[in-house]
Every structure is written in C-alpha cells, then in structure tokens.
Design a protein around this ligand. Structure first.
Ligand code: MTE
Ligand code: MO
Length: 318
C-alpha cells in the first residue's frame, strides 16, 4: 500500500492520477487493502457468454455535435480509463471485462410519477439510439474524442414523469465485490454516485451511452450504460449505472464527498479556474502527444451555458 501511495506523489503532474493523490493520503492512515489476485484474461471469452452484451441496433451519427479533432483510437479509449471500482490505475480494462453485463437492471425511482425498473435491453429497445462524437475532458488534464452510441437522458426522464418538486437526479454505479477489487478500499464512498439537476438532464447534451465505436460498451468505459455530461469534467460521467433517483436535494457525489475543496458538484470545465494543485488551461490529447488549450464548458457553451445564467453565487467550476 505504501508503495502505491508513494507513486502518486513522485511521478510528474502530467502522469499522475490527481484524484488518487487525495485518497492515497487517506490510505496511509486507513487499513491497507489487498487487491484481488488478477485473473487471466481470455479475449473473446465473455463475448460468447450469456452475461455479455448483444450487438446494438444501428445508430445514425448526430451532426449537431462536431468534435473538431480526430477520434481517439478505440484501443486508447478502451484501455486508458478511470474506474476506481477496479482500482486507481488506468489499466483496469482486463479486470473490467469480467463484469457480468446480463442480466442488468436499471431502477428509476424517487420523485417520479412512474417509477420503473428496466432490463437494459428493454431500455435500449425503447430509446431512440444515435451516435455522437464527443470530447471528454478529465479533470486530471487529458482529453479524448469518442464516438458514443446512446440516447438523450431527457428521453428517459420524460418516460418516468418527474414530480415538479424533483430538482436533482442521482446516478448510482453497480457495486459488484466479486469483480471490483477497488471496493475493498473502504475509505472511498461506495457505491459511486454522481448527480445533476433535472434542468441539466433535460438539456440535449446530457447523454446515456450504451456503446462506443459502433459496439456495445466495454466494461472499462462503463458497460452496459453510463452517463455523459460532455461540458463537465469526466468525473461527473458515472459508469455502469444501476439506479437513477430523482430527489429535491442535491445528492452527495463521489469526488465532492472525497475532497469538496478540489471537486465541485457542478464541475463545469473552465480553463481559467485552476485545480488547487494544477492548471486547467491546457489538456493533453490522448494518443497524439499534443497539448491544446482547454475551452470553457469544454467547447460546448453554445448548448449549455444557459443552464447557469442565474447562478453567479454557485461554485460552478471544479
Ligand atoms: N463509477 C465510476 N464512474 C466513473 C469513474 C469511476 O472511477 N467510477 N471515473 C470517472 C472519471 S474521473 C472519468 S475521467 C471518466 C472516464 O471515462 P472513460 O474511462 O470511459 O474514458 O469516467 C468517470 N466515471
Ligand atoms: Mo477524470
């Protein structure tokens, strides 16, 4: 544990997992948690199994959102990940591929007129699938461009008829101890929960992704369904969702609970507001060796800035 902890302090800023730093400090005082032994990965093994995702229906690309950069290679996007349920390294893809993806149910509940439990394939069948090529900017200072398949979160919201008093939505990630060694790190607030307002959810940019690169999502990217808020830092985009709860109170969220001084609830991308431990002015574009200026709202201000016009007193930037 000590070796893992030290690593975070010693490697250069550009290589570090900043989110890990905070927790690794706590790990020093917490119990040392052993990782599960890693199991040999048989490529294709899951594809044959009854617990894997079936192919997705075809989806047309939505021309409204243009990334303006090359699409990141599929290999890079599916193998360089943050998914702390599997540990704090970027190389969790093999372990995440062991996640059983079927059956998978998503409960939608709380302050809604029509609470509902969906089998994932039922939900995919009900929703209008499309492809969106989107930039994703991690708070750590790297970014990528991914073609996602999915549907607007608003479509699901409409289906369950939220009460007018519901103001927030919480997204809960699966917690499966048999395949997620990270859950043994009990100082993290499991299960992972993220949140947004109902108004944000109704914005067309809020997206539920079930695939990328024309295929069902891999475990590493949050299979079988994950949320995406492309104008916010990546940590808001919760993976492997099992529960969506409508509430009248701002939900406690993962990084905001861990370190509220560094990770806000809103976490809108802003190059002018530095993280307390590093600048957010530029980002490293994965797979290119390039560093480019970071854009306000990750370049999506024309679609989302209206959401925040009367919120000058809120801490909108992480
Ligand atoms: N459940 C869960 N969701 C999560 C995370 C996580 O650790 N657990 N990491 C977040 C962070 S920090 C980022 S940058 C994105 C990364 O998504 P990707 O691996 O698909 O690129 O997922 C987010 N969603
Ligand atoms: Mo991130």
């Amino acid at each position: 544990m000590l070796i893992r902890s030290r690593r975070g302090f010693e490697i250069p800023e550009s290589q570090v997992t900043p989110e890990a730093l905070v927790l690794n400090r706590r790990a020093l005082v917490g119990a040392g948690a052993a990782l599960l032994p890693s199991v040999a990965f048989a490529p294709g093994a899951l594809a044959q199994s009854a617990t894997a995702s079936p192919p997705l229906p075809a989806a047309q690309r939505n021309p409204r959102y243009v990334a303006g950069r090359d699409i990141t290679s599929e290999r890079e996007a599916t193998t360089y990940n943050n998914f702390y349920e599997f540990g704090s390294s970027k190389g969790i893809a093999r372990d995440a591929a062991r996640m059983p993806l079927r059956p998978w149910t998503i409960k939608v509940e709380g302050m809604v007129g029509k609470p509902r439990e969906f089998a994932i394939d039922e939900l995919i069948g009900l929703m209008p699938l499309e492809e969106r090529v989107l930039r994703l900017r991690c708070v750590e200072g790297w970014s990528m461009v991914v073609p996602w398949t999915g549907f607007p979160l608003a479509e699901l919201v409409k289906l369950v008829e939220p009460a007018s008093s519901a103001r927030f939505i919480a997204f809960q990630t699966a917690a499966i101890p048999s395949v997620m060694p990270g859950l043994r790190q009990t100082w993290y607030p499991w299960p992972h929960t993220e949140g947004c307002t109902v108004a944000e959810a109704m914005n067309d940019m809020s997206f539920l992704a079930v695939g990328n690169y024309g295929k069902p999502l891999q475990g590493s990217n949050g299979a079988p369904i994950r949320v995406l808020f492309p104008w916010k830092y990546g940590f808001k985009s919760g993976k492997s969702i099992v529960r969506i709860t409508f509430t009248d109170r701002q939900p406690a969220t993962y990084w905001n609970t861990i370190q509220p001084s560094e990770y806000g609830f809103w976490a809108n991308v802003n190059p002018q507001v530095a993280h307390p431990r590093w600048s957010q002015a530029t980002e490293r574009v994965l797979g290119t060796g390039e560093r480019v200026p970071t854009q306000l709202f990750n370049g999506y201000g024309e679609f989302v800035a209206d959401l925040y016009t009367n919120m000058q007193r809120e801490r909108l930037w992480a």
